[in-house]
Design a protein around this ligand. Sequence first.
Ligand SMILES: Nc1ncnc2c1ncn2[C@@H]1O[C@H](COP(=O)(O)OP(=O)(O)OP(=O)(O)O)[C@@H](O)[C@H]1O
Length: 840
Amino acid sequence: MRLITGKIAIDGSMAYVSQQPWIFNATFKENILFGLQFDKQLYEKCIHASCLQDDVDILPNGSETEIGERGINLSGGQKQRVSLARALYAGNNIYLLDDPLSAVDTHVGQHILKHYVMDALHGKTVLFVTHQLQYLRGCDKILVVQDGRIHESGTHQQLINYGGHYANLIKRFHSKEVTELNNTIDSISNINTAVSVDAYATCAHSDSSMSLSNTSRISFGIPHDNKKEESGKLMTKEEQAEGGVKLATYHAYIQYGGGYLISIFTIFTIVIVTGCVAASSWWLGYWIAHTTNQDTNSTYTNETLTTGFITENTDTAYFGYAYSIIIVIMITFAIVKCVLYVKITLKAATRLHNEVFKKVFQSPMTFFDTTPSGRIINRFSKDLDEVDVHLPINMTQTITLFCTILFYFLSISLVFPWYLLAFILFSIVFLVAFSYFRHAMRDLKRLDHISRSLWLSHMTATTQGVSTVRAYGKQGEFSKRFADLVDCNSVPFVLFYLTNRWVAVRLDVIGMITSFIAALMTVLTHGHVPPSYSGIALSYAVRLTGALQFLVRMIADCEARFSSVERIQYYIKNLISEGPAVTENRPPDNWPHAGTIELQELKMRYRENLPLALRGVSCKVESMQKIGIVGRTGAGKSSLGACFFRLRELNSGAIYIDGINIATLGLQDLRSRLTIIAQDPVLFVGTVRYNLDPFKQYSDDEVWSALEKCYMKDTVRELEYKLNAPVVENGENFSVGERQLLCMARALLRKSKIVMLDEATASIDTATDSLLQQTIRDAFQDCTMLIIAHRLNTVLNFDKIMVMDKGKVVEFDKPSILLANTNSKFSSLMSAAETNGYID
Ligand SMILES: Nc1ncnc2c1ncn2[C@@H]1O[C@H](COP(=O)(O)OP(=O)(O)OP(=O)(O)O)[C@@H](O)[C@H]1O
């Protein structure tokens, strides 16, 4: 950011942990080293301080595991901690940590605070931005920022004594916590006498229907049942076809263009047009020859020939009409050709685009995990550009040139029949040359496509993480890598054109020989062939020189460009789609009417050979219950959400919603009836309104009301274009918290019976969060809600708490019952929160 006024003085090097962690496609270790030399001791220290050891242990290849773009195969908390470890490894003096603990549970938060902030960063300057007030007490100085200004500053105690905004926040926060906790504890004492019976009953129930181990016992064993993903590689190798472009590719292109009939007819029109051009020249020659005959009545010797005027010819009208007819036919067919040609090539390109677009959009998440974005962008940019723009031009030139050359040869052969012999001979030479270099052209084009994906991926990743790259001063390294990748891509590109020139020179020589032969024949047949015919043959022969070499290059070029069709076709044919959008088993219109959920032994792994992320999750949720899902980061909470929407298909088990197994439904039916707010708030390029109501189903009043309930009304009202205010890519013109609020408003508008919030308020300040909790209770009163949360205070007064650990539900009960059991995992999470000062 550029300062408008003022100055910032920095004495020391900076390390930056952004609010939304930036992870790039490299190994886990490389993401932490960020270009620095590996130092085992330091690396281990960083892993420990960032509480990553457990996570490294379960990665398929430990630290060498490949992490996908945007950290796709890491949980939200893991990504944040990798970002923290990277900052620590950099060993700088000033640390800017932007809300780094919003996605981690209290245990991990406590660990990071103690080992990372207090120990590892001891003696360094740390700017710690947070909404979590519990972390502030240990800070040397607290700055309260409001409306872009520092409103208050001082130590925790000074600010409390001052009694300003900070003191209010702390007071409100704590009194709320205490009330919530007291309510919960009250309810514990109320049921005190019944606890053992109730808890026992719940456990017994759990044993039979939820397969929970024991509500108070936690099994931390690392799963042994799975092989590790081979060598931790994630990204698949980009496919590269070998040999000539298959006939099936041409066949598919013709089919996409409308079929053989129309394609053949279009080629026929091209033949007619080129034929007419040749015929018009011939007719002119014939006309001249006829005029000359009339005038001279002699042989075709130069000595006796006197040139007559065409206009003086007695048959002018006859020649003129015939000539006009040829021209009219030519123009008519040229128009038909243009219309048909544009139509079929456009149709082919459009259909190829639509098909590949549909296929990519219907691909399961696994495809996006293992395919770099650059590869997909490449398909939709360069490959489609080839098919849209270059291929049609190239093909029409090739076909036209082919016909022209054929007519040239015919014309020359009619004048000099011996030329036919030369034609056969040259055809052989051209064919040999063609077959020799077309392989190179085609394969170079394929290499060009593949190497382009690399720099496209690099560029996409760098733009996403540009703030991190700049903060660490890595611009030079990233620019160099970009230049290397572009160089790598330029090699096949340059070679492609050099090959073209190479062949052009050789074919030019052959072409010149043919011109020479035609010239020789003109001289040898002197006096036997009308000079006009000789002239035409000679001029054709000269033009043939350039045309022939151009044709051969064009054919090879055309084939090379067809490799783009081949690549698009590969996606169309080989990408596996998710389940169908709609199946025969359609749910009733009002489904889910009650919102009951039953999970039966859910097991899910992200990919073959990876450990199970869910290892037998079972539970029952009644209608309109509010369930808080908590657990260590990486426990499988978001994975559970992904299964609800069938973003990941289950390996075994079933999810029933209002008695319907969701695996039997179409994805459209399923996803349109549920609502999720994902961990990373997603906004699309467009307007605020478009992001809230993309299908224009709600009135402005309804949209404003949703915004009001989410405390975004004032923010949007202050924007110049209000609801029509632009939203840029990723919603970057809104803060992360505002993005979360907008997503919440979107969820409110949808009025689904089942709503899932995945740490949907993690980046929102405590004051707004507590107001939002009220909104959640009021606005979603009739809904069944599953709320993943790390701030335990937000789930304390829910109907039930589900504690997850290592892909299992280890506890599932009322908060009061879980808290009553001092050995429960939830109690331990609560006491960690209390120790952090979370709950006084
Ligand atoms: N796309 C993926 N491919 C492979 N493994 C994945 C993928 N997404 C998540 N995982 C792994 O699955 C496990 C569970 O991840 P999940 O995102 O469900 O955790 P979580 O409980 O939501 O954590 P957090 O609180 O940090 O968001 C983690 O070990 C994570 O590394």
